[in-house]
Design a protein around this ligand. Structure first.
Ligand code: ZN
Ligand code: ZN
Length: 616
């Protein structure tokens, strides 16, 4: 019995009941946050939170366990040290840890004011953690700032103490010399990352009356003119703003880091800013930077404003669940591909090649028949950059909500266009959802509008499409049926073609990791050659036909055999060596292309042209 198969039968999901949103308390505190950037060599930032108008017996200061946009429990409290609390006259107050992330301060003798102070170690540059070193401070608020339990809705001020030559770049202000900022509530504070740096290049442009700023902090030598980045961003922002309802911010900031020596890249969306970290120079990675920017900027509509229920206001203490990341993330990817095409940054060939590549990715995932788009979204907490402390079968049991969501976006868009004879598109659905859910009276302190449920998405598709799409959602969003590429692409006069690249080896049905002695099996394709022969994970393939794999690539070696050949593998398993015969399968199709359908009707061609070249 396979555990993954058993799980799949249980994954009939609806959104879990979420805790009630935290409502404004009867008596707000007067909250002042003070961030001191003074010890770069130790990577320690100091935080002081002053709470005025304090009543009652105690205040709980809470460090988030996660940061919105990354669905992983990181326990930011791990890096907190030297917590202390004082009252109005500087008298020390007693405190104790209620749990791993909550500091409870006894405020009975506080005199109405509490100053909580602590330091945080910060030395990771990415979209969730923070980094403070001699070159800069890059602050993602959830990893640095505690909130006062029951007072997340309270307005607050933030002051930053930094070297005077450092500019502070964030969505709070367009003046790099500003050191004091206002946030409507704690959620806004942590949704506004800060880059404090002396060596940052700033550019900007206007679009629809909004100021769009670009801050670039680049490591290493790169003579590329950042105006190239700005020009590309301007095309993307123009294309995306032209296709969606008007936005309610005055300015937006792209914060870029480029560095060939950075450990990894990242992109993280925020209300009116984004952090984009590229492992490479601007010159070599401009296309990657623009593609990431197209995705992150579209998040200003989908996920930052039009949001699934549960994603704002946030419960920072634990996981919050939504089945809709396929829409919030995957459809965002699809729509960003469309924007890259519409902006002229991608050709028609690049656009179709990317979609074909998304199809290849999903079709090569064994997990596509076990995990739906909704369950992939729901279980994001297992694999959205979560550290894996135990071995998992994710290679065979999961799919990506980015990948399948992008394909669902493409298919829904094509179905809407063909069923409405080109009158409507997926962008009409997203615009309708935005108006219905974001441009609605606020349901909580968090800001305008309210979150949507999965059923609201189907209702919006039905409304725009003028027919019933519940079978589509049942089969492809909630279910794991094979996606209808052929019929939906045909509606736009296109066809998916798959083939085997010339020179491909027969398929062994394994993923391997190189080892000094040969190749160690990391994953076995269920039902493939290796599986049928009894090969398993961690088996070490040391020879084929008595010829060592220590010096020869497995793929190259397999090319010597025709499909269907039975080949003796020398396998090391649990310290013993044995010979296992494997009957090789034909190579798997690995070339996926989307091509014009020969003999397409004028109606199909019209839908194709409208899809590829129309405004929507
Ligand atoms: Zn920086
Ligand atoms: Zn995203």
């Amino acid at each position: 019995m396979r555990r993954a198969a058993l799980l799949a039968t249980l994954w009939l999901l609806t959104a879990c009941p979420l805790p009630a949103a935290e409502e404004p308390t009867a008596s707000p505190l007067q909250l002042e946050y003070h961030l001191v950037l003074a010890h770069p060599n130790l990577h320690l930032v100091s935080v002081e939170i002053t709470a005025g108008k304090v009543t009652g017996d105690y205040l709980d200061f809470v460090m988030p366990a996660w940061s919105p946009g990354r669905y992983a429990i990181y326990e930011f409290a791990k890096n907190v040290q030297e917590f202390q609390a004082a009252g109005a006259q500087g008298q020390m107050l007693d405190w104790s840890n209620l749990d791993k992330q909550t500091w409870r301060v006894d405020v009975r003798q506080a005199g109405g004011t509490v100053k909580a102070h602590y330091r945080v170690f910060a030395n990771d540059l990415n979209g969730s953690f923070s980094q403070f070193d001699a070159t800069h401070a890059n602050v993602n608020g959830a990893s640095i700032f505690m909130y006062v339990a029951g007072h997340k809705p309270d307005p607050l001020t933030l002051t930053v103490e930094a070297p005077k030559e450092w500019q502070i770049i964030s969505g709070f202000s367009t003046a790099g010399s500003d050191r004091s900022f206002q946030a409507a509530n704690y959620d806004r504070l942590v949704d506004t990352p800060l880059e404090a740096c002396a060596d940052v290049k700033l550019l900007q442009f206007q679009e629809q009356g909004k100021t769009i700023r670009i801050a670039v902090h680049a490591y290493g030598e790169d003579k590329t003119d950042p105006a190239k980045l700005r020009d590309g961003l301007q095309k993307i922002v123009h294309a995306e703003m032209a296709s969606m309802p008007a936005l309610d911010f005055e300015h937006y900031t792209f914060i870029f880091h480029f560095g060939p020596a950075l450990s990894s890249g990242d992109g993280m969306e925020h209300l009116n800013s984004t952090q984009i970290i590229i492992r490479g120079s601007m010159g070599n990675s401009l296309a990657e930077a623009l593609e990431t920017a197209a995705h992150e900027f579209f998040h200003v509509w989908s996920v930052k404003r039009l949001r699934p229920a549960g994603l704002g206001p946030f419960d920072y203490t634990r996981e919050v669940y939504t089945p809709s990341l396929w829409l919030a993330e995957g459809v965002t990817s699809y729509v960003s591909y469309l924007a890259l095409l519409r902006s002229g940054l991608w050709t028609r060939e690049q656009f179709l090649a990317r979609l074909a590549d998304e199809i290849r990715t999903l079709e090569q995932e064994p997990g596509r028949s076990l995990m739906s788009a909704e369950s992939s979204s729901f279980h994001a907490w297992f694999y959205d950059r979560s550290p894996q402390m135990q071995e998992t079968n994710f290679a065979n049991s999961t799919i990506s909500y980015y990948n399948k969501g992008a394909l669902l976006g493409m298919l829904l868009d094509l179905e809407l266009r063909s069923r409405t004879q080109g009158a409507k598109s997926l962008l009409d659905v997203l615009s309708l959802l935005y108006r219905k859910f974001y441009e609605a009276p606020p349901a909580t302190y968090y800001g305008p509008g309210r979150g949507y449920e999965e059923g609201d998405v189907l209702a919006a598709v039905n409304e725009i499409g003028g027919s019933d799409y519940s079978a589509f959602f049942e089969r492809y969003v909630r279910g794991t049926a094979s996606l209808p590429y052929a019929s939906d692409l045909a509606a736009a006069g296109l066809a998916l073609r798959t083939s085997v690249a010339s020179g491909s080896s027969p398929s062994l049905g394994v993923t391997v990791l190189p080892d000094n002695l040969g190749d160690r099996i990391f994953a076995v394709l269920p039902g493939g050659s290796a599986d049928r022969a009894g090969l398993g994970r961690d088996d070490l393939l040391v020879a084929v036909d008595n010829q060592s794999l220590a010096t020869e690539d497995l793929e190259t070696r397999l090319r010597a055999y025709p499909p269907g050949a039975t080949v003796p593998f020398t396998v090391q398993r649990q310290g013993r060596e044995e010979i296992i015969d494997v009957k090789l399968d034909p190579p798997m199709p690995d070339v996926y292309t989307i091509q014009d359908l020969p003999g397409a009707t004028s109606q199909q061609v019209a839908i194709r042209n409208q899809w590829l070249y129309g405004r929507r």
